[in-house]
Design a protein. Structure first.
Length: 324
């Protein structure tokens, strides 16, 4: 598996990944984003910002990069960076299929910004699109945002095609979302093709507010899957002025930012293989990477445990975040 490269890495930041969800398209649901992006959100302005952040992340020891078909032009931007640096061969590249970006580079649209489709036809189309941009640099291809009712969990034809992809050397995984993440993870662990487990990675939301998937993620880790943590800062709810008082107080005691403490909560879990930063500026990236240096004592961990919300409450609030 490509993640063996990270397991062998010795840099403190090797297990912090960099995701392009917030900078691969002009609109996203991260709080405070208006102040983070350049005045112009043109394709070229966000391409320039993305390349700048990829350079900074790599120079700081980050070796996993996360994109998706629905993250606007994220695959294209990452491909540009990789093609300009052919000597860089030690990174792991993951992308996702299952959502189509429909906002046409606008922040305000009449309909949704992305449309979910986990059909075989969607996989075939998006696999070709990803291959055209990333070629043999794609290490991991995940089904995007699986829930327990997703047809992808029971579609045998899709499973066969994904097994063929795995046979070509691309790791097959899935991301999960929603208040029933744990159920989706456990259903995915039961999917096999010719007696062999299909999925080798799982990417899930885990943060100080939403911890419900933890037991299932530990089970996935024990079953041999690499676990990737997304939304460690709860789409900005755990950063800066938006952070709860308890988190701000713990962060002040450590001398680091709320974002670093929030990411450290996931990074310290024994089942966490990669924890994603979704930084939109270089300053945010540097602060995020300090998560590797955070050391929390038992009293601080107990205080932060008091921030946990019921999954239904957390996901309802997430669904109300504005695209901006």
């Amino acid at each position: 598996m490509p993640f063996a490269r990270l397991a062998a890495a010795t840099t403190p930041t090797a297990h912090i990944g960099f995701g392009l969800a917030a900078i691969g398209r002009p609109g996203y649901i991260t709080l405070g984003r208006d102040a983070d992006l350049p005045p112009s959100r043109s394709v070229e302005a966000l391409r320039e910002r993305t390349l700048e952040l990829l350079d900074a992340a790599y120079a700081s020891g980050v070796r996993y990069f996360d994109v998706a078909r629905s993250y606007g032009r994220s695959e294209e931007f990452l491909a540009d960076w990789l093609h300009a640096r052919p000597d860089i061969r030690d990174v792991v590249v993951g992308s996702k299929w299952g959502y189509t970006y429909t906002a046409a580079w606008h922040t305000e649209v009449d309909g949704p910004h992305e449309v979910k489709d986990h059909s075989v036809a969607a996989y075939v189309r998006q696999r070709e699109e990803s291959a055209e941009l990333l070629g043999d640099r794609l290490d991991l291809y995940q089904i995007h945002s699986v829930t327990p009712e997703s047809p992808a969990l029971g579609d045998k034809e899709l499973h066969a095609r994904l097994a063929d992809l795995a046979a070509e050397g691309v790791t097959v995984g899935l991301s999960v979302s929603g208040p029933e993440q744990a159920a989706a993870i456990r259903a995915a662990l039961a999917v096999t093709v010719e007696g062999e487990p299909l999925f080798r990675t799982v990417q899930a939301t885990y943060n100080a507010l939403e911890t419900s998937a933890e037991p299932a993620l530990a089970e996935a880790h024990d079953a041999g899957l690499t676990v990737l943590v997304k939304e460690g800062m709860a789409n900005g709810r755990l950063a800066g002025e938006h952070a709860p008082a308890a988190l701000r107080e713990v962060a002040d005691a450590t001398g680091l930012g709320c974002d670093a403490v929030a990411l450290a909560l996931a990074l310290r879990k024994p089942w966490a293989g990669v924890v994603l930063s979704g930084a939109a500026t270089s300053v945010q990236l540097v602060s995020n990477l300090h998560a590797a240096a955070v050391d929390l004592d038992a009293e601080q961990l107990e205080r932060l445990a008091g921030l946990v919300e019921e999954p239904a409450v957390y996901w309802e609030r997430r669904g109300q975040l504005p695209w901006n």
